[in-house]
Design a protein around this ligand. Structure first.
Ligand code: NAG
Length: 474
């Protein structure tokens, strides 16, 4: 199950109403991707990690005089193949290729030549949702960079006491966890313990077990009304008309979606090569597609609906638990890694107050500046890294946050470079209480008041200990 599947279909449905072709040609200078030395590479949630990540600076993880004692890392899986349905749609591309090459298009010679050379390759439906080799590499290299930045924590040999890995029940998050482990431990990574994934996972996929979220957002098309209105609006209609003219063929709507996916997926799979299907779009067209996606995710996982971020309280509580344990001197494990999906990352970011626009995003807001940009905070391998340090001097305990290896001001903290533990708890301490089942109006209890996550940790630990003391059973 992937969040983006039915979301994209909202855009597509509306787009199909607007496709039309215009059969004349102007002699003017048209956009040419092959000549563009700085092409537009912000493809919303299907952007390859290395196209938009930051450059990790160890100094911004922990300031001078501070020693990291706790690391908490929540990650989206890496670059993957599309869904079965979207891969099937790629089957239309060879025919589109032929028709565009035969048509009187506005494409420059370089783009036409690249289009002539393009082929579908081995892509087939059995690859649905599988992580790509580039995706594995994204995680492997990222782990290596974090290890270099905090060798005292991440450079240790593997032990259950120091490291906790957890992924969801999908190939792509497991592959991500494995690649990350390899980046930390190299050939020794085989011994890294990955607990059997839970399905549903009440921590990494908290939204799957939140009834209110399912009812009011996930299963309710009206929840994404703003995205639909934008997709049916004048900007998108004009874009489809422009693209039809540009390519010299009459585009219906699902074609634009398939072209967009072809453009951004091939770029994510092979970031150092030109993705020829992007030549179908001008940078302005790509910005329209991007806004459509930003709107969808804003309402599916961002500030668009309160339950989106309220449902993130188990994750928030888990973070606070790990950090406060370390502050209290109970730092086991010292590093925690969770491998999940875009829904968890974005909801958690909204709970933290990140990328919050003063004015909500709507179908009329395309021209406005915005902080909510999934091309920055929703790409493949998107990751939220909290580092807690013990410092000499006044600071005592210090928390920093990195999103995609870029330092980020913790919302509400007076300091741009991080947060004192006191300030951090003033802002977020309220989330130590998580009435998840009340918030989500769950009939089945996932977290009763006593059955907090801490309690669950405790139980697991207790059973583990008991299981290792045979005489207790005899
Ligand atoms: C880590 O814990 C798991 C489950 O309790 C156990 O099977 C595994 O052997 C442990 N690994 C190490 C290296 O201690």
């Amino acid at each position: 199950m992937d969040d983006s599947v039915w979301i994209m279909s909202v855009c597509v449905l509306a787009l199909s109403l607007n496709g039309r072709s215009i059969g004349f040609r102007l002699k003017e200078k048209h956009y040419c991707l092959s000549d563009d030395i700085n092409p537009y590479l912000k493809f919303a949630t299907k952007t390859g990690y290395n196209l938009q990540r930051g450059t990790l600076d160890p100094e911004s993880l922990a300031p001078e005089g501070c020693e990291p004692i706790q690391f908490w890392h929540l990650l989206r899986h890496g670059t993957r193949y599309p869904s079965r349905k979207d891969i099937a749609a790629f089957g239309k591309l060879p025919d589109l290729q032929r028709r565009i090459l035969e048509a009187d298009s506005e494409l420059c010679d370089g783009d036409l030549e690249a289009l002539r050379r393009w082929s579908l390759g081995g892509l087939n439906e059995t690859w649905n949702y599988i992580q790509t080799p580039e995706g594995d590499l994204e995680l492997l290299e990222l782990a290596g960079r974090f290890k270099n930045a905090i060798p005292t924590l991440l450079g240790k040999p593997f032990s259950n006491d120091s490291f906790k890995f957890r992924h969801t029940k999908t190939q792509r998050t497991e592959a991500s966890a494995r690649a990350y482990a390899k980046g930390l431990f190299g050939e020794e990574s085989d011994m890294v313990y990955m607990p059997r994934p839970l399905d549903p996972d009440p921590l990494i996929k908290f939204y799957d077990v939140c009834s209110k979220y399912q009812r009011e957002v996930k299963d309710k098309p009206e929840a994404l009304e703003e995205a639909k209105l934008f997709a049916e609006g004048p900007e998108v209609a004009a874009m489809v008309a422009r693209m039809s003219k540009r390519l010299g063929i009459s585009l219906t709507l699902d074609y634009v979606e398939t072209l967009y996916d072809a453009c951004r997926f091939y770029k994510a799979w092979m970031p150092s090569e030109m993705s020829v299907w992007c030549a179908a779009f001008t940078p302005d067209d790509l910005k329209i597609m991007e806004y459509c996606e930003d709107l969808e995710y804003y309402y599916e996982s961002g500030y668009g609906h309160v339950i989106n971020y309220e449902s993130a309280c188990p994750m928030m509580k888990d973070l606070l638990l790990h950090l406060s344990n370390a502050v209290d001197g109970r730092s086991v494990p010292s590093s925690t890694f969770y491998f999940g999906h875009s829904g968890a990352l974005q909801k958690m970011m909204a709970r933290l107050g990140l990328y919050k626009d003063a004015i909500p995003l709507t179908h009329e807001g395309f021209e406005q500046d915005r902080l909510w940009r999934t091309s920055r905070h929703g790409i493949f391998t998107t990751n939220l890294a909290f580092t807690l340090s013990k410092c000499t001097g006044e600071r005592e305990f210090w928390v920093t946050l990195m999103v995609n290896e870029m330092p980020v001001q913790i919302p509400g903290c007076p300091d741009t470079a991080g947060c004192s533990w006191q300030d951090f708890m003033k802002i977020y301490g309220q989330y130590e209480n998580c009435d998840f089942d009340v918030i989500c109006e769950n009939e089945k209890e996932y977290y009763s008041s006593s059955g907090s996550l801490y309690y669950l940790h405790f139980l697991t630990k207790a059973f583990f200990l008991l299981g290792n003391v045979p005489f207790l059973w005899s």
